[in-house]
Write a protein of this length. Structure first.
Length: 133
């Protein structure tokens, strides 16, 4: 039994094969030039899914980096604050040893006429505090 494809412009025909003619289990076999459409649609769907996954992964990675940077920024700010407090304490109490920073941060202080500046560093992040008097 041959079935004519109404969408085909070339008049190509599909064939219907039945394993057992007495049952309703038949397979419609398409012409070869129609199989490329399914492949094209499948590739387009896979490509768009892949592009969506890459975009979502990029957004998640950006948020993760931002969260890590925020934590490092807070640690650097506290290190700068420790440097300012140490300089004030040292000025009022005399020359004492600098405090040990045990969380991987460091600070540098500088002072001049009427100001005191401290720069805290944690990882690649620097934060500075300055007081004037």
């Amino acid at each position: 039994m041959k079935i004519r494809n109404p969408k085909s412009k070339t008049g190509a025909q599909n064939k219907k094969f039945c394993a057992r003619p007495s049952t309703q289990m038949c397979v419609l076999v398409q012409n070869k030039n129609q199989g490329g459409q399914v492949l094209l649609i499948t590739v387009l769907i896979l490509f768009s899914t892949f592009a969506l996954a890459i975009a979502l992964g990029g957004m998640v990675l950006f948020e993760l980096r931002s969260m890590i940077s925020t934590g490092e920024s807070v640690k650097a700010l506290y290190a700068a604050e420790s440097g300012i407090e140490w300089e004030i304490y040292r000025t009022n109490r005399g020359n004492i040893a600098a405090p040990a920073m045990t969380n991987g941060t460091e600070y540098q202080t500088s002072s001049g006429a009427g100001y005191l500046r401290s720069v805290g560093k944690s990882g690649k992040v620097n934060r500075a505090l300055e007081i004037t008097f």
